[in-house]
Ligand binder design. Structure first.
Ligand code: 13P
Ligand code: SF4
Length: 348
């Protein structure tokens, strides 16, 4: 293993992340050089979520939402994937690309929503409700995914849930009949689930899902009053939110989209101004891709500390010291792959 820390910028020893600027411009440039050299030596691919620090998105081979990152991980034959995101995303990459060494540079990067539901709880629910199909947001641990019938991400949930709520005989359902019973439980995000149910109602589907009582502690902070205030302040701006926001917030917004959906919408739109209701890391890409457009954050303090704690030092150390390796036990990985694959097959 490569152990030569050329710049002398000290290794991150696994302390909890600090949100102070971790480096000055000169150190940043040195770290970027080190990372590019290590990446080439190790033949690594760097994947980054749309919420991580801008410099990580910029150095990544690909930056995207959970769905896009899953697809990239599956397509990828690189021996090393450095995943700048949170644990459940890196686990999904490992499940889809089991031969690759998947590295999560910041070992503290979890997702409180994903951690809010355990495999034991889901197994107990399944036992008590054997005829209920379990639909899990991809923001769940590999252990939880091993107990569910189908996964969705914010980028495909509306299409997949609509397909699953067709009649049993409808061709749009999965061919293995794993998700066609009448009762469906959506977990763990009660907000995304309620937004999906509202969509089903609007489209006159006569079925709706039961909802687990979890949420993203970041998006759940956004209130209808915050949303109204932003809309009143910028009446001509298009209002885009993430579907992890409360239903009453999504009702006020013009569109609820995944992070990649927001990025694509802004790129295609002729509008000049946008109100953005999601984690504020997305603003880096929005400004970079659309320098003449104006963005107003509903709440700039919507910061996911798990996403934002990772920096270039973590990434350099990951490639240099081969840390932190994501392992998913084979029996769990095999079971978790089924609902992920069903999702990817339906998202094509
Ligand atoms: P996306 O899949 O839309 O990028 O969302 C992931 C996430 O964690 C949102 O909080
Ligand atoms: Fe999890 Fe919310 Fe952070 Fe996304 S923004 S990783 S759902 S805590």
């Amino acid at each position: 293993m490569l152990k030569n820390n050329k710049s002398g910028i000290p290794q991150n020893k696994g302390e909890k992340p600090s949100f102070d600027e971790p480096y000055n411009e000169r150190e940043k440039a040195t770290l970027i050089d080190e990372i590019l050299e290590l990446k080439a030596k190790r033949n690594a691919v760097i994947l980054a979520h749309n919420y991580v620090r801008g410099e990580l998105q910029d150095i990544a081979d690909f930056a995207g939402d959970s769905l896009e990152l899953s697809i990239k991980a599956k397509e990828n034959a690189a021996p090393v994937i450095a995943f700048c995101g949170v644990l459940f995303m890196a686990q999904t990459a490992k499940i889809l690309s089991p031969k690759s060494t998947v590295l999560l540079p910041d070992k503290h990067a979890g997702c409180p929503m994903a951690d809010g539901v355990t495999a034991a709880q889901v197994a107990a629910y399944r036992q008590a409700n054997p005829n209920t199909k379990l639909i899990a947001y991809v923001n769940t641990t590999a252990q939880v995914k091993a107990h569910v019938d189908m996964c969705v991400t914010s980028g495909n949930a509306d299409r997949i849930v609509a397909a699953l709520t067709q009649s049993k005989n409808d061709d749009a359902t999965t061919s293995d009949d794993a998700t066609t019973s009448n009762d469906m439980m959506f977990l763990p995000d009660r907000n995304l689930g309620a937004n999906l149910n509202a969509q089903l109602n609007k489209n006159k589907h006569n079925r709706h899902m039961k909802l687990w009582n979890g949420c993203c502690p970041i998006h759940d902070q956004l209130t209808a009053a915050d949303a109204k205030r932003a809309k009143d302040a910028h009446p001509d701006a298009i209002f885009l939110v993430h579907p992890e926001c409360k239903p009453e917030v999504c009702d006020i917004a013009d569109y609820a989209l995944s992070t990649a959906g927001i990025i694509r919408f802004v790129a295609k739109s002729d509008a000049k101004a946008f109100i953005i209701g999601t984690e504020s890391g997305i603003i880096h890409r929005l400004i970079k891709d659309n320098p003449t457009k104006t963005f107003y954050m509903t709440k700039p303090e919507l910061i996911c500390r798990d996403m934002r704690g990772m920096n270039l030092i973590h990434l350099r150390d990951a490639l240099l010291y081969n840390q932190h390796i994501i392992e998913v036990e084979e029996s769990i990985s095999k079971k978790a792959l089924l609902p992920i694959d069903r999702m990817l097959n339906l998202s094509r």
